[in-house]
Design a protein around this ligand. Structure first.
Ligand SMILES: N[C@@H](CCC(=O)N[C@@H](CS)C(=O)NCC(=O)O)C(=O)O
Length: 216
């Protein structure tokens, strides 16, 4: 059965692939699973019909038969568990890959998201200029450790896994900031993820949605 995911009809990231449907699309492309997309406006996301499947009124969601999921991490894990290609065959390796998914979401991502929220919501506050370097320090603290762990390896733990997919998606949130460039191995790691054919297909699909809003 072809799953259906939800995504922004008009993504605020203007097609940069930072909305959280991107990781889900990428995972589906990695495992070769075709999917349908239901595009939602901001107001439709807050309607009771959408909240019935996503209690927080957000994207992405994932529907497949009578299974409905939300939370991009849970969706990527579901895809990885049901298809070959995103988790190692051995049980310990699978657990380690899942550990990296959690590390991405709960250890590396929080300071990155906090910085972008402060930039977005507090840029006109008196404390803004003083606060940014403190947030940058917290990001550097995490990236330094991640960089040390990765060293000269291609991926975090052996072959590419769902852990790498999620970690690359998180690091991409640093966008055009020059923070990542200070860690050449992490920059190369993100570039390696972005060079994967599955990433490119997923990126192109979400970009096509944005492009259609310009021409339509
Ligand atoms: N933890 C959730 C976060 C979902 C999320 O933040 N979605 C954003 C798009 S990237 C959204 O729907 N924002 C609109 C809103 O919250 O009103 C996940 O990973 O799925």
């Amino acid at each position: 059965m072809t799953p259906t995911i939800t995504a922004f009809a008009q993504s605020p990231d203007r097609g940069r692939g930072l909305a959280r449907d991107m990781a889900v699309r990428w995972a589906l492309e990695e495992v070769g699973q075709p999917y349908d997309v239901r595009l939602l406006s901001f107001s439709a996301m807050k309607e009771p019909t959408h909240r019935a499947i996503q209690p927080f009124g957000q994207i992405p969601t994932y529907q497949e038969g009578d299974l409905t999921l939300f939370e991009s991490g849970a969706i990527v894990l579901h895809i990885a568990e049901r298809h070959a290609g995103l988790l190692p065959d051995d049980a310990n390796g699978r657990s380690r890959a899942i550990t990296w998914m959690f590390a991405a979401f709960s250890t590396v991502e929080p300071p990155i998201v906090e910085r972008s929220m402060v930039q977005y919501l507090e840029h006109d506050k008196t404390w803004y200029e003083e606060r940014l370097p403190l947030l940058d320090d917290r990001i550097h603290y995490r990236l330094g450790d991640l960089s040390n762990h990765l060293g000269g390896a291609d991926w975090l733990d052996g072959a590419f896994s769902a852990g790498d997919l999620v970690m690359v998606a998180v690091l991409r949130r640093l966008g055009s900031l020059d923070i990542l460039q200070k860690y050449p191995n992490l920059s190369a790691y993100v570039a390696r993820g972005e060079a994967r054919p599955a990433f490119k297909r997923a990126f192109a699909a979400q970009l096509a949605v944005f492009t259609a809003t310009l021409t339509g």
